[in-house]
Ligand binder design. Sequence first.
Ligand code: SR1
Ligand code: MG
Length: 413
Amino acid sequence: MFGDLSPHYRPLTVETIPAYVRSRAELRPIFGDDEIEAVEVGDGNLNLVFKVWVKSDPNRTVVLKQALPYVRLVGESWPLPPDRARIEAQALEIEYRLCPQHTVKVFFYDAQMYLTAMVNLNQHIIMRKGLIDGITYPLFAEHIGTFMARTLGHTSDLVLDYRTKKLEVARFINPELCKITEDLVFTEPYRRADGNRYHAEIEPQVLALQADEELREHVALMKEKFMTQAQALVHGDLHTGSIMVNQQETIVIDPEFAFYGPMGFDIGAVIANLFLSYASHEVRTQDPEKRAAFRRYLTNSVIQLWQVFVREFQPVWDQVDHINMPKGYQQHYMLRLLQDAAGFAACKMMRRVIGLAGVADIRGIEDVHERSVAASLALNIAVPLIKQRESFTQIEHLVEVAAAARPTYPWNG
Ligand code: SR1
Ligand code: MG
């Protein structure tokens, strides 16, 4: 269906990892002839992920990430081309060149095995897990704003020459993974679909949302933009599960959904996930003062990441042709990015509540009534975010929408 699998491809297991590691000269400086241990840690939707280390010295370690030829979340009934691993490795190479301090370092990509060997970020945790526990990361907004400005600005027509840009668009054609996004983010949540996974208690709100034709018009506009605007090399899945953090560092991983798309899709993904956390702490943090403080951190992060993005994007504007791209055009461009980010953030929030692939922030809330409160609030942030996006002229307007929203579960009528 997607072309032939490499004849050398075989999914690794913890048992076959030592022999594989020995077969790769690039890993010899790390592992030598020492005894190797491995564990499979992949908790994502698509791939195998192994942590591998020297038994006598766990600091000598790598992560091996290998694509499966199907969607792990669903099983072999949903085939998926493992060539996405090549897209991911090539995107990481570009992101590392443009922003090494916030991109995971790759040792090599094995095209026969659809496998990437990379640094084991064992001093970091998945940001989503930290946010669920109410941990703040004060440098995150500065770091992610910088990462997005560098990787998006420097892969756009504003920097690349006409030919390189078009060849890069071709190199990053990623139809099957884009189709997943088209279906799961922009199509299925707004209609009856077998893939949807919302829980029964939230159904009245979901059905009302799906019946809202004005909302579906707005979503259709965002979907069109996603499918047609080859603005820059976007990460394509920049949620808080694709970001590893600690108090000092922020490292982006997992760009297998990368393609040339609208910049606002990445910016919106980050904002969406901060707002999903905001909604989840309606019930996750019971103490009102602690809740308010954590939410202040989240909303300040939204504001700051945009301010950093604008600041770090300025060098791009400084080097464009100011005759054809005068100040007014530049301001218009940045305003469109802000409004796109709001629209995409909304779609990404709605899909995480209604669609196939949820987020632990909300779906991990055990008590179903508490989960419903958080889910309801997330939807009530998302809907005005997309409908009002063309009135937003500053980032604070997005935060005002979140702050004004309330859960409408339990229902009155
Ligand atoms: C079937 S894949 C589901 C989701 O996992 C990835 O992280 C993307 O967000 C995708 O939509
Ligand atoms: Mg991923």
